[in-house]
Write a protein that binds this ligand. Structure first.
Ligand SMILES: Nc1ncnc2c1ncn2[C@@H]1O[C@H](COS(=O)(=O)NC(=O)[C@@H](N)CS)[C@@H](O)[C@H]1O
Ligand SMILES: [Zn+2]
Length: 425
């Protein structure tokens, strides 16, 4: 069911041994060792394909690229999945507003995202899955939840706008209260949001707490029955399309199984999206969805979170089209800690370009020695590994490389900079 992702960058094998990663877990609020044994499974929510690829997107995908690189450096095999939210209200609204077909918009923006990720040397997912390609599996999963009592129907009033195509049995909602009785998931176990924060975030991300017929105010939509002017598919539970959270439950468990090592995304996804993706996955599989929930901070521009609705976007493709080296864009982003909120600025990119030039000039003066032995006992390599293994502390790793570039002749550093930071010197 996977579609093409993008070309994988070369990743050098470095001598010595990588260090197991410890990572902040949003569901516990602590930095904890991630225990993937020899094989790690990673699900990072993919883009809703419009306004791609702004620097906020890039920062979040680079955070989890760093995680995947650290796992590989420690000899751990990684299975990585990402979705493409090509069927969802925000995309349909943008397509309607700009007068383009939603499928064309999704396709062209996903292509742009692919080329931006390749330019930034982000390792591609092993499974790259569009929502439109898993509608049947999603309908089947929602059908099971209806049978088991963790989901229920809400009728569509005949005068609803837009008009229902065939009101059929109505829309389907997840029953938060019933799910906590029937499964091991508990509300707040992923996000640790309090009731007030949940209520506001639910509405911020398109929730409908006051809809007549709902049992619980926070019950999220699982399945939207067909409406005039909206894409819909015929399924055993009627004609319609999937809700947002359940698409990730189905794609993650369908490609990686249950008990995935890490579910990742930007911190705006903590609630409702990751809370309910985990809840739906648990209701569908009766198993733990993920062991670890990791969230990246939000990148702002001009003092506001970079986001589509605000239109304050800086696009990777605009910067590369202006001649900026993608490696410098990557370095500018990695010089911030992935969990911090921070602001993009032209100065940040200027500083990264200067830094990269310094690093490359110094690399030209050292006899780069990629022999495993040289890397194995290089103290600088070990310090860089330790920094990245400590909750992906790339700012500290960058500072160690600065130290090296100030005059250290260690020939092993360019190799680890490529393997862990994805930057070629
Ligand atoms: N300003 C930002 N800073 C950091 N990360 C961001 C920012 N805006 C969006 N993201 C992250 O980029 C990823 C893609 O965002 S998105 O295009 O809006 N798409 C979605 O959130 C859904 N398709 C996830 S299933 C998400 O992990 C989101 O949290
Ligand atoms: Zn998602």
């Amino acid at each position: 069911k996977s579609v093409a992702s993008w070309p994988a960058p070369e990743i050098p094998r470095i001598g010595g041994t990588g260090i197991p990663v410890s990572l902040f877990d949003s569901s516990t609020g602590e930095v904890v060792p991630v225990q993937p044994d020899a094989h790690a499974t990673l699900y990072v929510c993919g883009i809703t394909p419009y306004d791609a690829t702004h620097l906020g997107h890039a920062a979040t995908y680079l955070a989890f690229d760093t995680l995947g690189r650290a796992w590989r450096d420690a000899g751990i095999e990684v299975s990585y999945s990402q979705n493409i939210t090509d069927v969802d209200d925000p995309l349909l609204e943008r397509a309607t507003a700009t007068g383009v077909d939603w499928e064309d918009l999704a396709q062209s923006q996903t292509d742009l995202f692919r080329s931006d990720m390749a330019a930034l040397r982000v390792i591609p997912p092993d499974h790259y899955v569009r929502v439109q390609d898993v509608v049947d599996e999603t309908a089947e999963a929602v059908g099971r939840m209806l049978e088991e009592g963790t989901a229920y129907r809400v009728p569509i009033t005949a005068d609803a706008d837009p008009a229902p195509l065939d009101a059929g049995d109505g829309d389907v909602y997840f029953d938060v209260e019933a799910a906590q009785r029937l499964t091991s998931w508990r509300l707040g176990s992923v996000s640790r949001f309090d009731a007030e924060h949940m209520a506001s975030a639910f509405v911020e991300f398109g929730g409908d707490p006051d809809r007549p017929g709902k049992r619980g105010r926070l019950d999220p939509l699982l399945w939207r029955a067909a409406r005039a002017g909206e894409p819909s598919w015929p399924t055993p539970i009627g004609r319609g399309r999937p809700g947002w959270h359940v698409e990730c439950s189905v794609i993650a468990t369908g490609t990686l199984g249950t008990g995935i090592t890490v579910q990742g995304g930007g911190r705006d996804l903590r609630f409702p999206h990751h809370e309910f993706s985990a809840a739906h996955a648990t209701a569908i599989t009766h198993e733990t969805f993920a062991h670890h929930f990791a969230h990246a901070g939000l990148v702002a521009y001009d003092g506001e979170k970079m986001s589509k609705s605000l239109g304050n976007l800086v696009l990777v493709s605009k910067l590369t089209a202006e001649g900026h080296d993608p490696a410098a864009i990557r370095l500018a982003i990695l010089s911030n800690h992935y969990r911090d909120d921070w602001s993009w600025s032209d100065e940040l990119l200027d500083r990264a370009e200067e830094r990269l030039a310094r690093w490359r000039a110094h690399a030209a003066t050292v006899a780069v020695d990629d022999a495993a032995s040289a890397q194995a006992d290089s103290p600088l390599v070990t310090r860089i590994r330790r920094a990245v293994a400590n909750d992906l502390d790339t700012p500290t790793a960058v500072a160690v490389v600065d130290e090296w570039a100030a005059g250290d002749a260690d020939p092993a550093v360019p190799g680890i900079v490529d393997a862990l930071l994805g930057i070629t010197l």
